[in-house]
Design a binder for this molecule. Structure first.
Ligand code: ADP
Ligand code: TYD
Length: 228
């Protein structure tokens, strides 16, 4: 596959992923890069339907394995329809969550383990790996509070009954397991995953992310020059 550059954003709900993704998109576009931005679950017509089902707090009794299957159904569609073609075109692709989320939430949070997630990833996603992943790790309580506040705001603005709160209703123990699994992934894949710890301001984090991205893009350009 002739490749662009694939960057994913990971972290707990409310950790600032979408804010930082938008910031990096603007920064890359100002440098003249062609950018495709998407998110999971969602980002395709089929994926938006799956997202509704997965996140709506009115979805009861979804088994952990069914949840896992839906995350991968969404991802396979996103790769076929959005991510794959954009990488073929040579775009920088920015994705809000990818398979690390499934490993952290379903593997860790739901206690299905990493193995099944990595196996499904190999089979259903062709093992596609991001070139770079930003894992945002602000204080756990603060991040969850921010996500709840944001969702309460959008509930007040949106249609009655429809909301995206199903995961935010999980308890602290669930989020601790998610966080531990994220740390395990970061340690295992330290060449890919850049961990951004702490409670820096939006601008401080944005600057860190831009600097690292610039470094990685420069490295990629020098490798490409070296190719026959
Ligand atoms: P996520 O996509 O990870 O769920 P968001 O980017 O939607 O997180 O951020 C959740 C809320 O927190 C938003 O209201 C956003 O403005 C705010 N926020 C994001 N990053 C920071 C930060 N570094 N400091 C303070 N507030 C932040
Ligand atoms: P998202 O919209 O990114 O939520 P937030 O902006 O609050 O971080 O993701 C929705 C929820 O879906 C989030 O709670 C994490 C969960 N999720 C999984 O459990 N597994 C996955 O594979 C993905 C992509 C998301």
């Amino acid at each position: 596959m002739s490749r662009g550059f694939f960057i994913t954003f990971e972290g707990l709900d409310g950790s600032g992923k979408s804010t930082q993704l938008a910031g990096l998109k603007a920064w890359l576009e100002a440098r003249g890069e062609s950018v495709t931005a998407t998110r999971q679950p969602g980002g395709t017509h089929i994926g938006d339907g799956i997202r509704g089902l997965l996140l709506d707090s009115r979805t009861h009794d979804l088994s952990p394995l069914a949840e896992l299957g839906l995350m991968f159904a969404d991802r396979a569609q996103s790769i076929a329809e959005v991510i794959g073609p954009a990488l073929e075109r040579g775009d920088v692709v920015l994705c809000d969550r990818f398979t690390d989320s499934t490993e952290a939430y379903q593997g860790g949070g739901r206690q299905l383990g990493s193995r099944i997630v990595l196996d499904l990833h190999a089979r259903l996603c062709g093992g596609l790996q991001p070139d770079l992943t930003f894992l945002l790790l602000p204080n756990l309580q603060r991040a969850l509070q921010r996500a709840r506040r944001r969702n309460a705001r959008s509930d007040a603005e949106g249609s009655p009954g429809a909301n995206e709160n199903r995961f935010e209703r999980e308890d602290q123990a669930f989020y601790r397991r998610v966080l531990n699994k994220y740390r395990e992934i970061a340690a295992r894949e330290s060449g890919r995953v850049a961990v951004i710890e702490g409670d820096g301001s939006i601008d401080e984090v944005r600057e860190q992310i831009a600097k690292l991205t610039e470094k990685r893009l420069r490295l990629r350009a020098s490798h490409e020059k070296g190719r026959p």
